[in-house]
Design a protein around this ligand. Structure first.
Ligand SMILES: [Zn+2]
Length: 546
């Protein structure tokens, strides 16, 4: 049997007792050896990992366990796995899902599985109970606070560029800051209609607009800014536009004119080129790496290696043959049963709203850390002026607080690019995967549309005499890895296991849950980059089959 090992040491332990990750791993390996368990993978959480990194690795571990059907996790002691209380509940669910699963805690000499007797389970149960109480309570509190804030007309999170937060905790409001004139100028320039977003970003940078880290505002960010109703005095929350109390920077007319300009730019059809082969510059020869050249013969396109380099490939591929080889790969990226897809999407949406709550809370916490570091920096400066502390002490404290401030600022910058917005794009990508073949075959799909569809899905295509090989783009690679697992699991009649009694999603299915973990922790920002353009482009492709 295989096992996963989980190691975690706090920095305090490391400093004070010299107990290291290596030592812990060694201990766990010896134990596994004695029990006849083969170690499949070791997950180590370093002393300096942030809360977010820990979560990410933890979810990766569970996803790995489910994906590779590994049913044993080894861990030094209960506290290692439950330092973050939410993780205790997650681990408990994982164990409850399947009677063959277990977690071995060495120090306590305790094996947790579904059949662990109640009295042995006491310590564990208490930790899980506390964890559930804590997380339920926390998100409820956050939701309550946000609702109240929204009802009063104030945005319950960090405002966009151009606004700052003022006021004490509980009475915070948002007012335009020194970046606001640049935001107004961005709208005005774009509304004139002759600028690309990239060019606009350059101009604003030369005029002085900076992002939170003092750099040029990126194209995707600028796109988000130009689409944000916040600037004309509304707020977008969970997909709804709500009335708001803050002072607008621009008029609604200006906003609307920018929206229609952006829409027009996107729907500008590329000129239809009759003699453009679909696969031009898209496929290379597996043997020599040269491009496949396409020729029109009696109304059909044929592709062969361009033979710029020495190469033995002589096969000629008809365009239709390439297409026939690609269609089955589209199917691999989507659930066989449309009902399963609907339920997955529903679960993802629920997951998204949890994420929004979580992010808002996290932002608030980081903001508090940042404020306190700034206050302390001010305080020690005063103390130094007043001669209350010597310069060595000042230098040491200055370094410490500056580091805290910098870390908090970094964290804040990361969080202001909220991952949950990428959920939306992730969900649309599911739609695209499901309909890809239909879109491609649609009579409305011009060569340009087909080419766009292909480059959304594949990053690389190569052929030899008898086979085509594909590499997926990051987002579709993710689907291509996971959907076969989902399809194996939900072969009819297993699909019933997906539904609870009221037709809602039953999350006790471990494969589905592993997939949701993976989706949540997947780096969508990196895979998609520009969310607005991506979503719009995909929706446009989908509209071809409406
Ligand atoms: Zn070749």
């Amino acid at each position: 049997m295989h096992t996963i090992l989980f190691c975690r040491v706090s920095s305090r332990e490391q400093e004070e007792t010299g107990y290291s990750l290596d030592a812990q791993e060694k201990l766990l390996k010896e134990y596994s050896n004695n029990k006849g368990l083969m170690v499949a993978k070791v997950f180590r959480i370093s002393e300096s990992a942030s809360g977010k990194q820990i979560r990410k690795m933890f979810n990766e571990m569970l996803a790995f366990a489910v994906k590779n059907k590994i049913n044993v996790i080894g861990c030094e002691k209960i506290d290692r796995l439950t330092r973050n209380l939410k993780d205790a509940a997650t681990i408990n669910d994982w164990v409850q899902d399947d009677p063959t699963r277990s977690v071995h805690f060495l120090k306590e000499n305790f094996i947790l599985n579904r059949n662990t007797r109640a009295h042995e389970n006491l310590v564990w149960d208490m930790k899980v109970a506390i964890a559930r109480f804590y997380t339920n309570n926390l998100s409820e509190e956050v939701r309550k606070g946000q609702k109240e804030k929204l009802a009063q007309g104030w945005f319950p999170a960090k405002p966009p560029v151009g606004y700052k937060t003022i006021g004490e905790h509980g009475h915070k409001t948002h007012v335009p800051d020194e970046q606001a004139p640049y935001i107004k100028r961005a709208f005005e320039l774009y509304a004139e209609g002759n600028l690309s977003i990239g060019k606009l970003a350059d101009i604003l940078f030369s005029e002085g607009l900076r992002n939170h880290v003092g750099k040029k505002v990126t194209k995707p960010r600028l796109h988000i800014i130009l689409s944000d109703p916040f600037y004309f005095g509304k707020m977008r929350w969970k997909g709804q536009i709500l009335p708001a109390e803050h002072e607008p920077i621009i008029t609604k007319d200006l906003y609307n004119s920018v929206q229609s300009k952006m829409k027009r730019k996107l729907s500008n059809q590329p000129a239809y080129r009759k003699h453009l082969p679909v696969f031009k510059a898209k496929i290379s020869c597996e043997e020599c790496g040269g491009m496949i050249a396409w020729e029109l013969q009696k109304g059909n396109w044929y592709g062969h290696c361009n033979h710029y380099r020495p190469c033995k490939q002589r096969t000629s591929w008809r365009q239709e043959r390439v297409e026939e080889s690609l269609f089955p790969l589209f199917d691999k990226m989507t659930p066989k049963d449309p009902e399963v897809l609907d339920m997955i999407k529903k679960a993802l949406k629920e997951s998204q709203s949890t994420e929004i709550d979580y992010q808002a809370k996290a932002i608030e916490e980081v903001q508090m850390t940042l404020n306190s570091a700034e206050r302390r920096l001010e305080a020690i400066y005063e103390d130094k002026i007043d001669g209350k502390i010597d310069s060595a002490f000042y230098a040491r404290k200055f370094k410490q607080y500056s580091e805290e401030k910098e870390n908090a600022q970094d964290e804040l910058n990361k969080r202001t690019n909220p991952n949950y917005r990428y959920f939306e794009a992730g969900i649309v990508i599911h739609d695209l995967a499901q309909r890809a073949a239909d879109i491609y075959k649609s009579p409305k799909a011009t060569v340009e549309y087909k080419r766009r569809l292909l480059s959304r899905i594949f990053s690389n295509l190569t052929i030899n005499a008898d086979k085509i090989r594909v590499e997926y783009t990051k987002a579709f690679q993710f689907l291509a890895e996971w959907m076969p697992i989902i399809n194996d699991t939900f072969e009819p009649p297993n699909i019933l296991c997906l539904q609870g009694s009221n037709g809602d999603l039953d999350l006790s299915c471990p494969e589905l849950r592993a997939y949701l973990y993976a989706f949540r922790t997947f780096d969508w920002c990196e895979a998609i980059e520009d969310i607005e353009t991506t979503t719009q482009e995909i929706n446009e492709l989908l509209s071809l089959i409406e």
